[in-house]
Design a protein around this ligand. Structure first.
Ligand code: TMP
Length: 209
């Protein structure tokens, strides 16, 4: 019998090292003989990647908050239906760089739409799919901002929002993790990538075969 596929989401603010850690985790799981898919949101399928461009480089005026939340939910619905659920059904592991808790923290929390609205969109769009574990990468916000600044990329429409917005995102993530200590592993994102990676592996110990 195939072991069940597992769904791991990485969450956190900008510059926390999610993509690096997603890659390191995938390598570690593959070394254990698991089939692993690494994907991201918004994006992961051609349809969702097209919506990503609309979200991060709005063609006209900025999206109204409700439209922004709907576009994230639409991208996620395509990603879940066409990539994540089929992979899990095959028994693969799926590692996703951001998932619905980003919508809860950014649009629901910092954006002011509230958690009920985002949860309702997710129930409709993606039948409420939840990760088996959310890895929340947390760090001192000033240090993370410095790390981001050294990346040298131009900020997109969301990353470029004021520092208060990003503080509210971090506070919302913290509140989500506190409300669901089983579902979230809070990981200190500061320090060498291999040290952070070791913390993540330890936090997934109960899910590993
Ligand atoms: P990325 O920089 O991690 O690729 O994510 C793109 C931006 O989109 C980032 O600023 C976070 C934001 N975002 C939301 O606001 N809501 C969401 O649901 C997701 C998945 C991302």
């Amino acid at each position: 019998m195939t072991a069940p596929g597992r769904f791991i989401a990485f969450e956190g603010g900008e510059g926390a090292g999610k993509s690096t850690q997603a890659r390191l985790l995938a390598e570690a799981l593959r070394a254990r003989g698991l089939t692993v898919i690494v994907t991201r949101e918004p994006g992961g399928t051609p349809g969702a990647e097209a919506i990503r461009t609309l979200l991060l480089s709005p063609p006209g005026e900025a999206w109204p908050p409700q439209a922004e939340a709907l576009l994230f939910a639409a991208a996620r619905a395509d990603h879940v239906a066409h990539l994540i659920r089929p992979a899990l059904a095959r028994g693969d592991w799926v590692i996703c760089d951001r998932f619905v808790d980003s919508s809860r923290a950014y649009q629901g929390g910092a954006g002011g739409l509230g958690d009920d609205a985002i949860t309702a969109l997710h129930a409709f769009g993606s039948k409420g799919l939840r990760p088996d574990r959310v890895i929340l990468l947390e760090g001192d916000e000033t240090a993370l901002a410095d790390r981001l600044a050294t990346r040298g990329q131009a900020a997109d429409a969301i990353e470029g929002r004021p520092v208060e917005y990003h503080r509210a995102v971090a506070a919302a993530f913290r509140a989500l993790a506190e409300a669901d200590p089983q579902g979230f592993a809070r990981i200190d994102a500061l320090g060498a990538p291999e040290d952070v990676h070791a913390r993540i592996l330890a936090a997934l110990g109960d899910l590993l075969p």
